[in-house]
Design a protein around this ligand. Structure first.
Ligand SMILES: [Fe+2]
Length: 234
């Protein structure tokens, strides 16, 4: 059984350690000192340092952590080709989820997804790649996971995301309020079911949002059009 530990750093970034009984892998390890303390306290050896994508706020901890632990860095291409990483005999699966950036990866273990800047708690990433079609495919792929799947994201944007959700989908106030009531800045996680209920960017097939898109003169015929239109509401 692997455990996932979340570390907050910077204004709103999250780093993660995925650990078995003796070995850990660090993902977007900007919280370098806290990660080193955790490794020491729990008697863990760090085998690898990886990233959900190569934006600087996610990679800033790579070099200091590698220098202090001797862990090996695995880049995007290596991870993509490997398809998984083995930690104490257990697999951490690697999925390509392009859209925010072409090199975005999502890591999966036992009902948990580490989604980087692809899917946040309450929103989705900005499409810096410009490839909205691939981004939609990635989001649809993430939506195929079971409802109880836990979403661990790359940033804490919950407050601003739900403030925005209230503006574009006021009809959904009960779900938005329930989502906020479950939020804790100490440990930011949601289930996929909660995301489907409150995250407006996963709700492009919902009638409230389709009506809003229509009112604004945005196209709603195909799923891709609704996805592009919901992103336009931002
Ligand atoms: Fe990013």
């Amino acid at each position: 059984m692997l455990t996932i530990t979340q570390f907050r750093y910077g204004a709103d970034n999250f780093a993660y350690l995925v650990a078995g009984p003796t070995t850990a892998v660090a993902i977007d390890p900007g919280a370098t000192e806290a990660i080193l303390d955790y490794l020491t306290t729990h008697g863990l050896a760090l085998s690898h340092v990886v990233n959900t994508h190569t934006h600087a706020d996610h990679t800033s901890g790579n070099t200091p952590l590698i220098q202090k632990t001797g862990a090996m860095h695995l880049d995007f291409q290596t991870l993509l080709e490997a398809g998984s990483l083995t930690i104490d005999g257990e697999k951490l699966l690697i999925h390509h989820t392009p859209g925010h950036m072409p090199d975005c990866l999502t890591f999966e273990n036992q009902g948990c997804l580490i989604t980087g800047d692809t899917l946040f708690n309450g929103t989705v990433g900005t499409c810096f790649s410009g490839d909205m079609e691939s981004f939609l495919k990635s989001i649809i792929f993430l939506l195929t996971f079971p409802n109880e799947t836990l979403i661990y994201a790359g940033h804490d944007y919950v407050a601003e995301s739900m403030a925005f959700a209230r503006i574009i989908e006021p009809e959904n106030e009960a779900e938005i309020a329930a989502y906020l009531a479950r939020y804790s800045s100490d440990h930011v996680v949601s289930t996929l079911a909660e995301e489907k209920r409150a995250n407006p960017f996963l709700r492009f097939n919902e009638k409230n949002l389709i009506a809003t898109m229509k009112k604004r003169g945005l196209p709603v015929e195909t799923e891709l059009q609704r996805w592009l239109s919901v992103m336009e509401l931002y």
